[in-house]
Design a protein around this ligand. Sequence first.
Ligand code: SF4
Ligand code: SF4
Length: 350
Amino acid sequence: MNLDLRVISKCIRCGNCRAVCPVFEEEGWESANTRGRIMIIKSLANGHNQSPEVLESLNACTTCGLCIENCPAGINPPDLVEVARRELASLGIMTEVQVELHRNILGAGNTFGERLDRLAWLHDRRVLKKKADYIYFAGCLASFRNPEISSKAFEILSRFGATVLQNEQCCGSPLIRTGFDASPLIEHNLREIDRVGAGAIITGCAGCYTTLKNDYPSQIDIISISEFLADHLQEMELRRLNLQVTYHDPCHLGRMNKIYEKPRQLIEAICSFEEMVTNRKDARCCGGGGGVRAGYKDLSLRLARRRLDDIPQGVDCIITSCPLCLRNLSDVSNDKKVMDIVELVALSME
Ligand code: SF4
Ligand code: SF4
């Protein structure tokens, strides 16, 4: 297997990662924590255990990155998990959910296998420009499951001259995270981006953000929508809202890309803000990422419920900046509204 034993062998089995792994907190068995996963990956690298049983452990990692922050050996466990998933998938060792995801994305260009118009949220296609400085990249979730958010995001961004791709496809994140090659999608999107000639891509999805930024071989600037809007506060007419909110850091925006301050600046320009109990680099995961929501829904929602324990008293709603976090947290939140940061901005512009 193409797993680097030199990296894996750096693990001193201290268990620091075990103490923070949110999946271990739920499941309680060694193979469900980072250290157990590293041991499994080591045995795979040595040519053992190449069987579907190991998927229960490896595929239940949300790739949240909490373990990276706590590893004294400097290992990046989610990277190793992704490589191991890729190696297993290349041997045909994968779950039904992985097979379906792969089929949906390569067949229809989106995670859901939807054949509907990806741009149905755009009410008037005449506003699309062939050339523009900025491209708004909506992503699969916002395009098909949160069209009202895409619509609001684009309405705001079009004031700054943004357009969207005529034929956007999935950024490739779900494929990369679950062990597949995303190069057909990457090449397709790069061709579309080139046609527009933009200098930057703005996205409201944490998964798209990290993928466009770290997995695309492009020099183009990738900007999260909360960064962009925070940097253009003076150019927007925002009114204060009588709301007290908190903010959930999406793992792939916060820990993985260190975007912590701009979403907070944006929120504080609009309403009262209070931190969650764990926040920034220590923020708990919503449980949705790394293919866990798709593959292990019950576990995923239990992780989301844990995240709700971090909400400070007295807040009216939870703001986040990722449609997957939004979906997972909304599914378990009974009394608190969960809102995308774009919805908050749109509300303050009404
Ligand atoms: S914290 Fe790092 S070194 Fe310690 S057990 Fe986990 S992966 Fe190994
Ligand atoms: S990335 Fe998150 S879920 Fe995966 S092993 Fe590390 S702490 Fe656990």
